[in-house]
Design a protein around this ligand. Structure first.
Ligand code: PMT
Length: 404
């Protein structure tokens, strides 16, 4: 692939290099990125400089290499925040067990980790270490955490290691790392110009100022979808119930709501201008008929009976208003007769597709960092394995793209 054809052309790439023997491969990686037309800023850890000199790296990247928070003799400050904003992606190769641990737990004691924590763009992590370090439960757990943050882990290869042993821990070859980045950018341009509505999280239906009817939705699945749509170039409106997760992409407009009625109003206000809508929120089906404006006191009342009324069905309302060319997807969270119930919702709500997740599958549904879904539409059903929610979001959006 020539540099003009590469999806990396013109992209800003932060290349993070840690202190491991595989750092020698970072030179090839840097050369390939530059050859593909990317503008590369190298950030190296202090240990990384023991393995490879900044002179080589700055000559190849044609930029001074950043390693410390400031230049000692001039006092010039290197802003990790600016670097994080500048980057279209960050790739850490090699990523050592130590840096992976710091990234997973926010130990911001060097320029590479602070840049990582400030990065708004997608992050790729290419581990390289000895086989026993790679297999250690702490490495496995830290890599799982990075995946749950939405980072892509480029799995190391199995082969001859610097220790003389043979096993899993060799940093992926630079050509393959470049290919992963190119695939990412090729994908990321597919939804430019599209406007997407995503709902996420639970709704809270007020009983009184201190109590509500709600559910266990954390918002993780909906936010992962919003981030993935945004990473592919879409303009995203994320209508979210009360959650503690946050959205990081500047392409996401976050609209916070509390109740189903508020969520409906926000969705109705924007739906006609959207190309795609994905209803991932766990909307409460019922709300108290009356909301008390004062705390209902235990001492002063009989055991209260809370009369409930049905909430509006947001997905069905949008389904009824849908015009040709708009694509509406829903979710179905089931505990039994899964496929049957999902298919019924698909047709009753006039959806183009429904994503089924079952509370019976370990690691799927509410609160987890992973999900296991089956996509159902008029053409049949497609089952996917248990994966981190960001990767599930990517599968779902890949499928939606085939339908647009
Ligand atoms: O947030 P997480 O912790 O990551 O968990 C993710 C999730 C389990 C919440 C998500 O994957 C999911 O399944 N969301 C839909 C949950 C749900 O409410 O399912 P349902 O089968 O009750 O609803 C079917 C569809 O109708 C959904 O698209 C829902 O958004 C929509 N709906 C439901 C009720 C209602 N009053 N209005 C709606 O729009």
């Amino acid at each position: 692939m020539t540099s003009r054809q590469s999806p990396l052309a013109g992209k800003h790439v932060v290349l993070g290099i840690c202190g491991g023997i595989a750092a020698y491969k970072s030179v090839s990686l840097l050369r390939l990125l530059v050859k593909a037309g990317a503008e590369v800023q190298v950030v190296i850890t202090p240990a990384g400089k023991e393995f490879i000199t900044p002179v080589t790296l700055s000559a190849l990247s044609q930029k001074p290499v950043v390693s410390e928070f400031f230049t000692a003799n001039t006092g010039e400050w290197h802003s990790h925040v600016d670097l994080g904003l500048w980057a279209d992606c960050m790739v850490i190769a090699p990523a050592t067990a130590s840096t992976i641990g710091k990234m997973a737990h926010g130990v911001a004691d060097n320029m590479l980790v602070t840049t990582y924590l400030s990065a708004k763009s997608h992050v790729f992590v290419a581990p390289a270490m000895d086989l026993d370090m790679m297999a250690h439960p702490s490495t496995t757990a830290n890599l799982a955490l990075l995946r749950s943050y939405g980072n892509t882990v480029i799995e190391p290869d199995t082969g001859y290691l610097a220790s003389g042993l043979t096993g899993k821990g060799r940093m992926e070859e630079p050509e393959n790392i470049v290919r992963v980045l190119e695939d990412y950018f090729a994908k990321s341009q597919t939804l430019v110009g599209k406007k997407v509505l995503v709902t996420a999280g639970p709704t809270f239906e007020r009983i009184d100022p201190v109590r509500f009817i709600g559910n266990y939705s954390s918002g993780k699945m909906g936010y992962a979808l919003a981030e993935e749509f945004a990473a592919r170039g879409a303009e995203v409106i994320l209508v979210s119930g009360p959650v503690s997760v946050t959205a990081s992409s500047p392409a996401i407009r976050l609209v916070r709501v509390e109740s189903a009625r508020e969520m409906l109003a926000e969705c109705e206000a924007v739906f006609s201008g959207c190309d795609v809508a994905v209803m991932c929120a766990a909307v409460a089906d019922y709300a108290p008929a009356v909301t008390s404006d004062r705390k209902i006191k235990r001492e002063h009342s009989e055991v209260p009976v809370i009369q409930l009324v049905k909430n509006p069905d947001i997905a069905a309302t949008l389904g009824a208003a849908k015009r040709p060319g708009q694509f509406l997807a829903g979710f179905a969270l089931e505990t039994d007769h899964e496929a049957e119930n999902a298919a019924e919702k698909l047709s009753r709500k006039n959806l183009d597709m429904i994503v089924l997740n079952s509370m019976r599958d370990a690691g799927a549904g509410f609160g987890t960092d992973t999900n296991k879904v089956t996509i159902i539409d008029a053409g049949g059903s497609h089952e996917y394995p248990l994966r981190p929610k960001r990767e599930v979001a990517s599968d779902i959006i890949d499928y939606i793209e085939t339908r647009l």
